[in-house]
Design a protein around this ligand. Sequence first.
Ligand code: G3P
Ligand code: CA
Length: 283
Amino acid sequence: MRLLFTILVSLCLIAGCDNSENSIQPISNDKLLIIAHRGASAFAPEHTMTAYEIAHQADVDYIEIDLQMTKDGVLVAMHDEKVDRTTDGLGFVKEYTLEEMKQLNAGKWFNEAYPDLANKEFEQEKVPTLEEIFVQFGDDVNYYIELKSPRIYKGMEEKLFSLLKKYDLLGEDHSLPKVIVESFNEDTLTKFHTLEPTLPLVQLFSFKEKAALSHLDYERLQTYASGIGVNLKSVDQEFIHEAQLNGMQVHLYSIKTENEMKNAIHLDANGVFVDNPILSELQ
Ligand code: G3P
Ligand code: CA
């Protein structure tokens, strides 16, 4: 049954659903991609160099980086628009210059929140800039980068694009794309598609109820995206197969337990966002 389905998807990709006219780099669909959600966020403070290093050591396929932007226009790794939850500071990222952001501690909160996982060294953690992450890891890892809140950060697409060029991360000569860009915001993805048509883009969805996309949705997605990112609890195998038949890779977020990982594998997902990279051993 799975073989028949894989043949169908391949035929569909060859026949009609692929994006060759846009020459979008395909995201390989012959293995389940392991994406370290905010780095190895189950073991270290999310979006810190240590969380990314642990994910890299665990040999994940991608490290996931959520982007915000400082007052002076620097891209930094952080999930929330505010620094309150993951630093010892208060207020919006957009109100901090980079110099001010670098005064904040990005690890103490984790030791307080997870005493069993606490580590004194986490107290040295700072909020990393995207450029520092590229300098640290260079070509050794693949990057899955989320454009967060693009409506409040004018020009964040161009800043990301120029950093990817500066660190030569746009090449296509890799088995897996070196960079995937994702967002819940369609406008920012279509804008990025004009900046770099070959870079694979993933449209994120957060379905309150059962995931559902119309034929028109897929027609629009096929003009810019290589995949969709969907919350695990909203999907079933029928939805995932339909998306794959429409040329979309399906990446599920976020997987926290063994059962959720087994479920994602059973659903024929193409990728999973995991807080704990060791869950990849279940495949
Ligand atoms: O980016 C995929 C997934 O991470 C989306 O949810 O809130 O963790 O960014 P969030
Ligand atoms: Ca994310």
